[in-house]
Ligand binder design. Structure first.
Ligand code: TYM
Length: 331
Protein backbone atom coordinates (compact mmCIF):
# COMPACT_ATOMS: atom_id res chain seq x y z
CA UNK A 1 0.00 0.00 0.00
CA UNK A 2 1.45 3.40 -0.95
CA UNK A 3 1.96 5.97 1.77
CA UNK A 4 0.33 9.39 1.44
CA UNK A 5 1.48 12.52 3.21
CA UNK A 6 -0.14 15.93 3.01
CA UNK A 7 -0.34 19.06 5.11
CA UNK A 8 -2.26 22.26 5.69
CA UNK A 9 -1.15 25.42 7.49
CA UNK A 10 -3.17 26.38 10.58
CA UNK A 11 -2.82 30.03 9.65
CA UNK A 12 -6.56 30.64 9.39
CA UNK A 13 -9.82 28.78 8.83
CA UNK A 14 -9.63 26.46 5.79
CA UNK A 15 -11.51 27.77 2.76
CA UNK A 16 -13.26 26.25 -0.22
CA UNK A 17 -9.98 26.09 -2.21
CA UNK A 18 -8.36 24.01 0.53
CA UNK A 19 -11.40 21.75 0.44
CA UNK A 20 -11.58 21.25 -3.32
CA UNK A 21 -7.82 21.30 -3.95
CA UNK A 22 -6.84 19.08 -1.05
CA UNK A 23 -9.14 18.00 1.80
CA UNK A 24 -11.83 16.36 -0.35
CA UNK A 25 -9.13 14.40 -2.13
CA UNK A 26 -7.54 13.36 1.17
CA UNK A 27 -10.88 11.94 2.34
CA UNK A 28 -11.30 9.92 -0.87
CA UNK A 29 -7.74 8.61 -0.89
CA UNK A 30 -8.12 7.08 2.57
CA UNK A 31 -9.36 3.83 1.10
CA UNK A 32 -6.42 2.11 -0.55
CA UNK A 33 -3.63 4.17 1.06
CA UNK A 34 -1.86 4.56 4.37
CA UNK A 35 -2.40 8.28 5.06
CA UNK A 36 -0.59 10.82 7.21
CA UNK A 37 -2.25 14.25 7.48
CA UNK A 38 -0.42 17.06 9.19
CA UNK A 39 -1.32 20.50 10.57
CA UNK A 40 1.89 22.28 9.66
CA UNK A 41 2.22 24.77 12.51
CA UNK A 42 5.97 25.19 11.87
CA UNK A 43 5.19 26.33 8.33
CA UNK A 44 2.51 28.68 9.66
CA UNK A 45 5.00 30.68 11.76
CA UNK A 46 7.11 31.54 8.70
CA UNK A 47 4.81 34.57 8.75
CA UNK A 48 3.71 36.12 12.07
CA UNK A 49 0.95 34.27 13.95
CA UNK A 50 -0.48 35.43 17.25
CA UNK A 51 0.25 32.48 19.58
CA UNK A 52 -3.31 32.23 20.87
CA UNK A 53 -4.68 32.37 17.32
CA UNK A 54 -2.28 29.66 16.20
CA UNK A 55 -3.49 27.37 18.99
CA UNK A 56 -7.12 28.10 18.15
CA UNK A 57 -6.65 27.61 14.42
CA UNK A 58 -4.78 24.35 14.95
CA UNK A 59 -7.65 22.94 17.01
CA UNK A 60 -10.27 24.27 14.59
CA UNK A 61 -8.45 22.70 11.66
CA UNK A 62 -8.22 19.37 13.42
CA UNK A 63 -11.99 19.55 13.97
CA UNK A 64 -12.64 20.55 10.34
CA UNK A 65 -10.59 17.67 8.98
CA UNK A 66 -12.44 15.19 11.19
CA UNK A 67 -15.78 16.79 10.25
CA UNK A 68 -14.86 16.49 6.56
CA UNK A 69 -14.36 12.75 6.90
CA UNK A 70 -10.71 12.19 7.89
CA UNK A 71 -10.65 8.97 9.90
CA UNK A 72 -8.06 9.50 12.64
CA UNK A 73 -8.46 5.98 13.97
CA UNK A 74 -7.39 4.32 10.71
CA UNK A 75 -5.02 7.07 9.52
CA UNK A 76 -2.72 9.60 11.20
CA UNK A 77 -3.66 13.21 12.03
CA UNK A 78 -1.23 15.33 14.06
CA UNK A 79 0.50 18.70 14.30
CA UNK A 80 3.97 19.01 12.79
CA UNK A 81 5.83 20.58 15.76
CA UNK A 82 4.94 17.57 17.93
CA UNK A 83 7.29 15.33 15.90
CA UNK A 84 10.87 16.60 16.05
CA UNK A 85 11.97 14.46 13.08
CA UNK A 86 10.55 17.15 10.72
CA UNK A 87 12.88 19.86 12.04
CA UNK A 88 15.92 17.56 12.10
CA UNK A 89 15.50 16.41 8.52
CA UNK A 90 14.67 19.96 7.39
CA UNK A 91 18.05 21.11 8.69
CA UNK A 92 19.84 18.43 6.68
CA UNK A 93 17.85 19.51 3.62
CA UNK A 94 18.80 23.16 4.24
CA UNK A 95 22.33 21.94 3.65
CA UNK A 96 21.46 19.86 0.56
CA UNK A 97 19.29 22.40 -1.33
CA UNK A 98 21.13 24.99 -3.43
CA UNK A 99 20.22 28.67 -3.04
CA UNK A 100 19.55 28.83 -6.76
CA UNK A 101 16.72 26.31 -6.39
CA UNK A 102 15.06 28.37 -3.63
CA UNK A 103 15.46 31.55 -5.66
CA UNK A 104 13.20 30.03 -8.30
CA UNK A 105 10.28 29.35 -5.92
CA UNK A 106 7.34 31.42 -7.10
CA UNK A 107 5.45 31.13 -3.79
CA UNK A 108 8.29 32.87 -1.94
CA UNK A 109 8.35 35.61 -4.58
CA UNK A 110 4.56 36.04 -4.31
CA UNK A 111 4.54 36.13 -0.51
CA UNK A 112 7.64 38.27 -0.02
CA UNK A 113 6.90 40.60 -2.93
CA UNK A 114 9.32 43.49 -3.26
CA UNK A 115 9.93 43.66 0.50
CA UNK A 116 12.16 40.56 0.48
CA UNK A 117 14.65 41.81 3.08
CA UNK A 118 11.97 42.04 5.77
CA UNK A 119 10.70 38.47 5.58
CA UNK A 120 11.76 35.61 7.82
CA UNK A 121 14.48 33.23 6.71
CA UNK A 122 11.95 30.50 7.54
CA UNK A 123 9.77 31.68 4.65
CA UNK A 124 12.73 31.31 2.31
CA UNK A 125 13.62 27.73 3.37
CA UNK A 126 9.93 26.77 3.68
CA UNK A 127 10.15 24.26 0.78
CA UNK A 128 12.94 22.34 2.55
CA UNK A 129 10.72 21.80 5.57
CA UNK A 130 7.98 20.65 3.24
CA UNK A 131 10.36 18.14 1.61
CA UNK A 132 11.30 16.95 5.11
CA UNK A 133 7.61 16.50 6.04
CA UNK A 134 7.09 14.12 3.16
CA UNK A 135 10.42 12.31 3.12
CA UNK A 136 10.59 11.74 6.90
CA UNK A 137 7.91 9.13 6.16
CA UNK A 138 9.26 8.11 2.74
CA UNK A 139 5.75 8.93 1.48
CA UNK A 140 5.38 8.52 -2.28
CA UNK A 141 2.06 10.26 -3.05
CA UNK A 142 1.14 13.81 -2.06
CA UNK A 143 -2.39 15.16 -2.72
CA UNK A 144 -2.20 18.96 -3.11
CA UNK A 145 -3.67 21.86 -5.07
CA UNK A 146 -1.84 23.17 -8.11
CA UNK A 147 -0.01 25.91 -6.17
CA UNK A 148 2.16 23.29 -4.42
CA UNK A 149 3.41 21.64 -7.61
CA UNK A 150 6.70 23.52 -7.70
CA UNK A 151 7.43 22.63 -4.06
CA UNK A 152 6.99 18.96 -4.88
CA UNK A 153 9.38 19.26 -7.80
CA UNK A 154 11.90 20.70 -5.36
CA UNK A 155 11.19 17.79 -2.98
CA UNK A 156 12.23 15.40 -5.75
CA UNK A 157 15.37 17.46 -6.45
CA UNK A 158 16.34 17.40 -2.77
CA UNK A 159 15.75 13.64 -2.52
CA UNK A 160 17.84 12.99 -5.63
CA UNK A 161 20.70 15.17 -4.50
CA UNK A 162 20.72 13.59 -1.03
CA UNK A 163 20.79 10.11 -2.60
CA UNK A 164 23.57 11.17 -4.98
CA UNK A 165 25.69 12.96 -2.36
CA UNK A 166 25.54 10.09 0.14
CA UNK A 167 25.68 7.36 -2.52
CA UNK A 168 22.51 5.46 -1.57
CA UNK A 169 18.99 5.13 -2.97
CA UNK A 170 17.53 6.29 0.34
CA UNK A 171 14.63 8.63 -0.41
CA UNK A 172 11.94 7.65 -2.95
CA UNK A 173 10.51 9.79 -5.74
CA UNK A 174 7.32 11.65 -4.84
CA UNK A 175 4.22 11.99 -7.02
CA UNK A 176 1.90 15.01 -6.77
CA UNK A 177 -1.80 14.10 -6.88
CA UNK A 178 -3.54 17.21 -8.21
CA UNK A 179 -7.33 17.02 -8.68
CA UNK A 180 -8.55 17.33 -12.29
CA UNK A 181 -11.17 19.96 -11.33
CA UNK A 182 -10.78 23.04 -9.09
CA UNK A 183 -7.06 22.51 -8.48
CA UNK A 184 -6.90 26.31 -8.22
CA UNK A 185 -9.98 28.01 -6.81
CA UNK A 186 -9.85 31.78 -7.22
CA UNK A 187 -10.84 34.65 -4.92
CA UNK A 188 -14.50 35.75 -4.99
CA UNK A 189 -13.33 39.36 -5.21
CA UNK A 190 -10.71 38.96 -7.95
CA UNK A 191 -10.76 36.05 -10.39
CA UNK A 192 -7.04 36.39 -11.11
CA UNK A 193 -6.00 35.84 -7.46
CA UNK A 194 -5.96 32.50 -5.62
CA UNK A 195 -8.58 32.02 -2.88
CA UNK A 196 -6.57 32.05 0.34
CA UNK A 197 -7.21 31.71 4.09
CA UNK A 198 -4.76 34.55 4.70
CA UNK A 199 -6.36 37.09 2.31
CA UNK A 200 -7.23 40.20 4.36
CA UNK A 201 -10.76 40.20 2.91
CA UNK A 202 -13.03 37.52 4.39
CA UNK A 203 -15.42 38.26 1.48
CA UNK A 204 -12.84 36.78 -0.91
CA UNK A 205 -13.32 33.24 0.38
CA UNK A 206 -15.88 30.77 1.70
CA UNK A 207 -14.63 29.35 4.96
CA UNK A 208 -15.51 25.79 5.87
CA UNK A 209 -17.17 27.03 9.08
CA UNK A 210 -19.41 29.58 7.31
CA UNK A 211 -23.12 29.04 7.89
CA UNK A 212 -25.72 29.00 5.10
CA UNK A 213 -26.53 32.73 5.42
CA UNK A 214 -22.88 33.78 5.28
CA UNK A 215 -22.26 31.55 2.26
CA UNK A 216 -25.30 33.01 0.47
CA UNK A 217 -24.16 36.57 1.25
CA UNK A 218 -20.59 35.99 0.05
CA UNK A 219 -21.75 34.40 -3.20
CA UNK A 220 -24.30 37.19 -3.77
CA UNK A 221 -21.51 39.76 -3.37
CA UNK A 222 -18.97 37.81 -5.46
CA UNK A 223 -17.56 39.87 -8.30
CA UNK A 224 -19.01 39.02 -11.74
CA UNK A 225 -19.37 40.62 -15.15
CA UNK A 226 -22.62 41.85 -16.71
CA UNK A 227 -22.89 39.13 -19.38
CA UNK A 228 -24.97 35.91 -19.28
CA UNK A 229 -23.44 32.43 -19.04
CA UNK A 230 -22.18 31.17 -22.42
CA UNK A 231 -23.09 27.83 -23.97
CA UNK A 232 -19.57 26.42 -24.09
CA UNK A 233 -16.35 26.66 -22.02
CA UNK A 234 -14.58 28.79 -24.66
CA UNK A 235 -17.05 31.57 -23.78
CA UNK A 236 -15.56 31.71 -20.28
CA UNK A 237 -12.07 32.55 -21.47
CA UNK A 238 -11.05 36.06 -20.42
CA UNK A 239 -13.93 36.04 -17.90
CA UNK A 240 -11.98 34.87 -14.81
CA UNK A 241 -14.74 35.53 -12.25
CA UNK A 242 -17.43 33.75 -14.27
CA UNK A 243 -15.08 30.86 -14.99
CA UNK A 244 -14.26 30.50 -11.29
CA UNK A 245 -17.91 30.33 -10.20
CA UNK A 246 -18.74 27.79 -12.89
CA UNK A 247 -15.66 25.72 -11.95
CA UNK A 248 -16.69 25.71 -8.26
CA UNK A 249 -20.19 24.58 -9.22
CA UNK A 250 -18.81 21.84 -11.49
CA UNK A 251 -16.37 20.53 -8.87
CA UNK A 252 -18.93 20.42 -6.07
CA UNK A 253 -21.71 18.93 -8.20
CA UNK A 254 -19.30 16.42 -9.83
CA UNK A 255 -20.16 17.76 -13.27
CA UNK A 256 -18.03 18.91 -16.19
CA UNK A 257 -17.92 22.63 -17.07
CA UNK A 258 -19.91 21.78 -20.22
CA UNK A 259 -22.62 20.02 -18.19
CA UNK A 260 -22.98 23.07 -15.91
CA UNK A 261 -23.26 25.35 -18.95
CA UNK A 262 -25.79 23.03 -20.62
CA UNK A 263 -28.06 23.59 -17.61
CA UNK A 264 -27.37 27.30 -17.00
CA UNK A 265 -26.45 28.85 -20.38
CA UNK A 266 -28.16 32.15 -21.08
CA UNK A 267 -28.73 32.77 -17.36
CA UNK A 268 -27.56 35.95 -15.70
CA UNK A 269 -25.59 35.76 -12.46
CA UNK A 270 -28.65 36.35 -10.23
CA UNK A 271 -30.22 32.92 -10.83
CA UNK A 272 -26.87 31.19 -11.30
CA UNK A 273 -25.61 32.47 -7.95
CA UNK A 274 -28.77 31.12 -6.27
CA UNK A 275 -28.13 27.69 -7.78
CA UNK A 276 -24.45 27.86 -6.81
CA UNK A 277 -25.34 28.84 -3.24
CA UNK A 278 -27.48 25.73 -2.91
CA UNK A 279 -24.64 23.48 -4.14
CA UNK A 280 -22.06 25.12 -1.84
CA UNK A 281 -24.35 25.11 1.21
CA UNK A 282 -25.16 21.41 0.70
CA UNK A 283 -21.46 20.55 0.60
CA UNK A 284 -20.06 22.89 3.23
CA UNK A 285 -22.69 23.67 5.87
CA UNK A 286 -22.72 20.12 7.36
CA UNK A 287 -18.93 20.36 7.84
CA UNK A 288 -19.35 23.61 9.79
CA UNK A 289 -22.07 22.11 12.00
CA UNK A 290 -20.02 19.00 12.80
CA UNK A 291 -16.95 21.19 13.43
CA UNK A 292 -18.76 23.22 16.10
CA UNK A 293 -19.90 20.00 17.76
CA UNK A 294 -16.34 18.61 17.80
CA UNK A 295 -14.89 21.89 19.12
CA UNK A 296 -16.97 21.51 22.28
CA UNK A 297 -14.64 18.71 23.37
CA UNK A 298 -11.10 20.13 23.20
CA UNK A 299 -9.71 17.34 25.37
CA UNK A 300 -10.77 14.77 22.82
CA UNK A 301 -9.25 16.78 19.94
CA UNK A 302 -5.96 17.19 21.82
CA UNK A 303 -5.94 13.49 22.57
CA UNK A 304 -6.52 12.66 18.90
CA UNK A 305 -3.60 14.89 17.84
CA UNK A 306 -1.27 13.48 20.52
CA UNK A 307 -2.13 9.93 19.57
CA UNK A 308 -1.50 10.82 15.89
CA UNK A 309 1.87 12.38 16.80
CA UNK A 310 2.97 9.21 18.60
CA UNK A 311 2.13 7.08 15.59
CA UNK A 312 3.81 9.56 13.22
CA UNK A 313 6.90 9.63 15.41
CA UNK A 314 7.13 5.82 15.33
CA UNK A 315 7.36 5.91 11.52
CA UNK A 316 9.58 8.99 11.11
CA UNK A 317 12.11 8.35 13.87
CA UNK A 318 13.91 5.34 12.32
CA UNK A 319 13.92 6.97 8.85
CA UNK A 320 15.37 10.26 10.05
CA UNK A 321 17.87 8.51 12.39
CA UNK A 322 19.08 6.52 9.39
CA UNK A 323 19.45 9.72 7.33
CA UNK A 324 21.46 11.28 10.20
CA UNK A 325 23.71 8.20 10.26
CA UNK A 326 24.27 8.49 6.51
CA UNK A 327 25.29 12.13 6.99
CA UNK A 328 27.85 11.07 9.61
CA UNK A 329 26.24 12.32 12.84
CA UNK A 330 27.51 10.41 15.91
CA UNK A 331 24.91 8.71 18.09
P1 TYM B 1 -1.91 25.49 2.42
O1 TYM B 1 -2.20 25.49 3.87
O2 TYM B 1 -1.69 26.79 1.73
O3 TYM B 1 -3.06 24.76 1.64
C1 TYM B 1 -3.45 23.43 1.96
C2 TYM B 1 -3.85 22.70 0.69
O4 TYM B 1 -4.88 23.41 0.01
C3 TYM B 1 -4.51 23.67 -1.34
N1 TYM B 1 -5.05 24.99 -1.73
C4 TYM B 1 -5.81 25.20 -2.81
N2 TYM B 1 -6.26 24.37 -3.77
C5 TYM B 1 -7.03 24.93 -4.74
N3 TYM B 1 -7.36 26.24 -4.79
C6 TYM B 1 -6.93 27.11 -3.84
N4 TYM B 1 -7.28 28.39 -3.89
C7 TYM B 1 -6.11 26.59 -2.79
N5 TYM B 1 -5.52 27.16 -1.71
C8 TYM B 1 -4.86 26.16 -1.07
C9 TYM B 1 -2.98 23.68 -1.33
O5 TYM B 1 -2.47 23.39 -2.61
C10 TYM B 1 -2.67 22.60 -0.32
O6 TYM B 1 -2.69 21.33 -0.92
N6 TYM B 1 2.85 24.15 1.82
C11 TYM B 1 1.53 23.65 2.05
C12 TYM B 1 1.40 22.80 3.30
C13 TYM B 1 2.40 21.70 3.43
C14 TYM B 1 2.39 20.48 2.71
C15 TYM B 1 3.51 19.73 3.22
C16 TYM B 1 1.59 19.96 1.70
C17 TYM B 1 3.44 21.66 4.29
N7 TYM B 1 4.09 20.47 4.16
C18 TYM B 1 3.81 18.48 2.72
C19 TYM B 1 1.90 18.71 1.22
C20 TYM B 1 3.00 17.98 1.72
C21 TYM B 1 0.58 24.83 2.17
O7 TYM B 1 0.96 25.93 2.42
O8 TYM B 1 -0.70 24.50 2.10
Amino acid sequence: MQRIFSGIQPSGVPQLGNYLGAIRNWVNLQSGHECIFCLVDMHAITVWQEPEELRRHTLTQAAILLASGIDASRHILFNQSAVSAHARLAWIFNCVTRLGWLNRMTQFKDKAGKDRENHSSGLYVYPNLMAADILAYKATRVPVGEDQKQHLELTNDVAQKFNHDYGVEFFPAVEALIPPAAARVMSLRDGTKKMSKSDPSAQSRIELTDDADTIAQKIRRAKTDADVLPDDPAGLESRPEARNLVAIYAALADMSIQQVLDTHKGQGFGPFKNALTEVVVNAIAPIGQETSRLLKDETHLLHTLRHGAQRAQAIAEPIVSEAEKLVGFLR
